[in-house]
Design a binder for this molecule. Structure first.
Ligand code: HEM
Length: 469
């Protein structure tokens, strides 16, 4: 009899379950050159407590810091699992149940991720080349010096397991401001307000009852393999004859690492032009995202400026809404980034939620000069790359928005691929009338995408102990 996995918090990598709120993250895409040494490196990470689980997160992170180390997360590309000589029964299960993972982002970029023109996979940073991208290591700490120190130790542990470029070409992310509660990203928006809550993983509903908020929790199977998703479907039901295989997948998660360069000058110039025929530049910015400068969602009762009365304090409060009271899009336009990416209870969207855990961090300096490379190192987790991440990008992000009376053709204003004429973005203003915005240019260029699987801690142990063929 096939059965579902047990949710074991102690087995789940903390970067998946909770993430870290350190100021800096570093991401290394490593290419295995010595299989035996790579496995030994994995053993050293596990034995040394570098890979922090969801139960041990705070204490373990503090201990690592005291020892001049830092918490890490680990994912593997399909190619990386092949390199480690994972037996074919496991690899076939990936090919059958997770074809996007097995194929890799590089080959799916043009048809599933709208990565064409300057975002085409052939132009991506060399770290994302499909044959050499094997292992994805995430490091988290408050300072760059701490990350340097930890990386030096990790490189010593790795010996000659990996090609040196993976270490030298590491991607460095850092928050743009130091107030953990008010982190902004390039383009000036507040981020880190929203993340899905998962049954069995996150604070119980009673915690929110005190705040008089009843958030919706997701089933673990939206993010973790081996569990039912919100629709009661479990793609990873395997018969008990395949017990080791079943255990290998249980409590793992798929991740997407996506480096997106942001052209802040192009974005600001678009906002300025649009503002000349709008209530304000803040209005334009808010109508593109769906939240005001202070994080409050746009609602139909105060469509042109943030409501005067109440400033919510907590993320839980800023999240306590859906779009059911905004059926005309008079507050939040149908095409706005957050309404597309998470329609919540939107009366105009067929009900299939496709949640993503978001753990991204900006890179490059704050400001708008054209001199520097800057953007977002997006890191997303989900249980189905096809039904979640790819669907959000290709269907919800790069096609016409849903919505009553919408004529517009613009893609997601922030992340859509605005090659060509960029289309028309409709802001509903009442009486069936839309205020059209045109003149979109590419604000974002994809510099690379990597699909990896973040195994549970026991599955990492399996990988580290595979016998040499
Ligand atoms: C440089 C690129 C991007 C920028 C500037 C950006 C910006 C933002 C901002 C400012 C928020 C609101 C903050 C919050 O609610 O915590 C947000 C929310 C969100 N974004 Fe993005 N984003 C980018 C890329 C992406 C991509 C590639 C995806 C997925 C395909 C994505 C999916 C989401 C989701 C799911 C939310 C939460 C919506 C909600 O639950 O209300 N974003 N984004």
């Amino acid at each position: 009899m096939p059965h579902t996995a047990r949710l074991e918090k102690a087995h789940i990598q903390n970067i998946v379950a909770n993430g870290y709120d350190f100021h800096h993250s570093r991401y290394c895409v490593l290419s295995i050159t010595q299989v035996g040494a790579a496995r030994q490196f994995l053993r050293a990470l596990l034995d040394g407590g570098w890979v922090v689980s969801a139960t041990a997160s705070r204490a373990a992170a503090a201990r690592l810091k005291a020892e001049q180390r830092c918490p890490v997360g680990i994912g593997f590309t399909f190619k990386g699992l092949q390199q480690l000589q994972l037996p074919s029964v496991y690899l076939r299960a990936f090919q059958d149940r997770a074809p996007a993972f097995a194929e890799g982002a590089y080959r799916r970029a043009a048809h599933r991720l709208a990565d064409t023109g300057p975002s085409a996979a052939e132009l991506w940073d060399s770290s994302f080349r499909p044959h050499t991208a094997h292992l994805f290591l995430t490091l988290h700490a408050d300072t760059v010096a701490e990350l340097d120190q930890a990386q030096t130790t990790l490189q010593q542990l790795a010996g000659d397991a990996f090609a040196p470029e993976g270490w030298t070409a590491a991607f460095q992310g850092g928050h743009l401001n130091h107030d953990r509660k008010k982190r902004r990203i390039h383009f000036g928006y507040l981020d880190g307000i929203t993340n899905p809550l998962v049954n069995g993983l996150h604070a119980h509903a009673a915690h929110y009852a005190e705040l008089k908020i009843a958030p919706q929790f997701h089933a673990p199977g939206e993010f973790l393999l081996g569990h039912d998703n919100d629709e009661g479907y479990n793609r990873w039901l395997l018969s008990s004859e395949d017990e080791p295989v079943r255990q290998f997948f249980a409590n793992g998660s798929f991740s997407v690492f996506r480096k997106m360069a942001q052209d802040t000058a192009a974005f600001e110039s678009f906002v300025d032009k649009a503002a000349s025929d709008a209530p304000s530049a803040d209005y334009v910015r808010a109508k593109l995202l769906g939240r005001w400068h202070d994080g409050r969602v746009l609602d139909a009762t105060s469509p042109n400026q943030p409501g005067p009365d109440h400033t919510p304090q907590t993320n839980a409060e800023l999240n306590d809404f859906d779009f059911s009271a905004d059926k005309q899009g008079l507050g939040c336009p149908f095409g706005a980034h957050i309404r597309r990416m998470n329609p919540r209870a939107d009366p105009v969207v067929p009900f299939r939620r496709r949640p993503l855990l978001r753990r991204g961090i900006p890179y490059g300096p704050a400001g708008g000069g054209a001199d520097s490379d800057r953007g977002l190192l997006g890191l997303f987790f989900c249980a189905s790359l096809e039904d979640q991440f790819e669907h959000l990008v290709s269907e919800w992000g790069n096609k016409n928005p849903f919505g009553t009376g919408i004529q517009g053709t613009a893609k997601d204003p922030l992340i859509g691929n605005h090659e060509g004429d960029g289309g028309q973005y409709d802001i509903p203003v009442g009486g069936g009338v839309n205020k059209p915005l045109t003149g979109f240019t590419p604000f974002i260029t994809t510099r690379g995408t990597l699909y990896t699987m973040f195994p549970s801690l026991p599955a990492l142990r399996v990988l580290s102990e595979l016998p040499t063929a």
